[in-house]
Write a protein that binds this ligand. Structure first.
Ligand SMILES: [Zn+2]
Length: 393
């Protein structure tokens, strides 16, 4: 057995390691401050939505969201959103979904002549509900693809832009239980997958930094069907879509899970992550954006992530709770990142917000100022943690 001294152990170890020699045996811990830059970075990304300016919400409420007279107002909202995003130092931005009318889920089908407003109901914990559209006849086609939002955002942005799209599983709820004459569910699913694939390909081609598939209905599915059958059918459907992409493309594709966020209320926060995450990590995506800041027991969730996480999956943990009116401090964020790093290899770790700040366009429960203050805390806090974990001087 070779006996190490503190000096010889240091000669053998990497610059970011600190040897601890006891009885001639050496163990290594992370050095807190080293003078060389180590290429470990912790990426940080938003989810998507930012509260719309109040005057825009009021103008849209009075008329038609597609009225060309509103175009300058939408354009101003997008420009201002991106400017304020970039002012936080956020390395990746979005257009704040300013033009996703009326929400994160139905933007692509809003205004279609073959839909009715009385579709699937999302029940929130405070008693209010939101509804998806219902398909009344085939064929199913998107009315718009999300890359049209990227076109505008990329004109204003100086940093990479990501784009959120709705999952096939959420849109699958548009097909009525009683069926549609001459348009089977199988035909519908074929059309749906094809439209979803087209949307993602268009976003990737235009240079989206990431394409994030919003999958808020994953956790809700467990609440609706505790047997897990509905969740697994959603996972299978979304995997059919993800399988159409190459491993390289999937590195730019992510999936977002959360308990919902509307009018400061959630739809499935009481569903334990034990029921969701093992299935979630079966999704063939390269990135996962997981609500964590608002969880009552973060370490419980992190232990499940640690157990089921696969290689080549990057986990962006939520370090900001959009629902909580308290603006997190950078130090709070730093500590949440350090906590997560105990369970997730740092090469697979990233940070995000638990959810968008207003997934529904008329939600004014959080102000734009609060949203950007929270984003600033995420950016600063992640950088603080990166200095400690990544070894930057
Ligand atoms: Zn969300």
């Amino acid at each position: 057995m070779s006996l190490f001294t503190q000096t010889t152990a240091r000669a053998y170890c990497e610059p970011w390691q600190e040897p601890i020699v006891r009885n001639g045996e050496v163990n290594y811990t992370l050095r807190k401050a080293v003078s060389v830059a180590i290429p470990i970075t912790i990426p940080t990304e938003p989810i998507g939505s930012i509260p719309r300016p109040v005057d825009l919400i009021e103008r849209v409420a009075k008329g038609d969201s597609e009225d060309p007279n509103l175009d300058p107002l939408f354009e101003d909202a997008i420009r201002d959103t991106i400017e304020r995003f970039e002012a936080t130092g956020s390395p990746v931005v979005t257009d704040g979904e300013q033009r996703k009318y009326h929400n994160f889920a139905t933007y692509c089908v809003h205004g279609l002549p073959n839909t009715a407003p009385d579709g699937f109901k999302i029940p929130f914990s405070d008693g209010h509900t939101r509804r998806l559209s219902r398909l009344t006849r085939g064929p199913f086609r998107y009315r718009r693809y999300a890359d049209c939002y990227l076109d505008v955002a990329m004109r204003y942005a100086h940093v990479p832009v990501k784009q959120a799209v709705i999952s096939p599983s959420a849109l699958s709820l548009m097909y009525p239980a009683e069926g549609i004459p001459d348009y089977s569910r199988e035909q519908f699913i074929d059309d749906l997958l094809s439209e979803h694939e087209t949307e993602i390909r268009r976003c990737l081609k235009k240079g989206a930094h990431k394409v994030q598939v919003d999958f808020t209905e994953g956790r809700l599915a467990v609440k609706i069907d505790p047997s897990g059958h509905l969740l697994n059918s959603f996972i299978d459907l979304n995997n059919l879509a993800l399988s159409r992409f190459s491993p390289e493309e999937r590195r730019r594709i992510g999936v977002h899970t959360c308990p919902g966020n509307d009018l400061d209320s959630t739809h499935s926060a009481d569903v334990d992550y034990t029921e969701l995450l093992p299935s979630l990590f079966e999704l063939r995506a390269g990135n996962f954006y997981i609500a964590l800041a608002g969880e009552p027991d973060r370490r419980h969730a992190l232990k499940i992530i640690h157990k089921y996480l696969k290689p080549n999956q990057r986990i962006f943990v939520g370090v900001i709770a959009p629902i909580d009116p308290h603006i997190e401090t950078p130090e709070e964020v730093r500590d949440r990142v350090l906590e997560a790093s105990e369970y997730i290899p740092v090469e697979q770790l990233g940070t995000t917000d638990d959810c968008g700040f207003s997934p529904f366009s008329d939600d004014t429960s959080t102000s734009r100022d609060t949203a950007f203050a929270k984003i600033l805390a995420r950016v600063l806090g992640t950088a603080l943690a990166e200095k400690l974990i990544g070894g930057h001087s």
